[in-house]
Design a protein around this ligand. Structure first.
Ligand SMILES: [Zn+2]
Length: 72
């Protein structure tokens, strides 16, 4: 298991929007969770390199969200 991801890292992923295997890129983004009006800036997420949709949030970013009261 890779210890930590950093912005700019690339990973193979599946994009539900593109409906095919894509390359995902880790980026720092402001994340707003559903049912919350809070935004958390500079959260590392993986983003589809083709359609720019957020595909997921790596586990290393979860404590950051939890701290903001967004993830339980
Ligand atoms: Zn996509």
């Amino acid at each position: 298991m890779k210890s930590l991801w950093s912005a700019g890292d690339l990973v193979a992923s599946n994009c539900p929007h593109c409906r095919k295997p894509v390359q995902a890129r880790f980026e720092l983004r402001t994340v707003r969770m559903p049912r919350s009006r809070l935004s958390v800036p500079n959260v590392l997420v993986d983003v589809c390199a083709i359609c720019e949709n957020v595909l997921g949030i790596p586990s290393q970013s979860i404590p950051q969200l939890r701290e903001a009261g967004m993830a339980k």
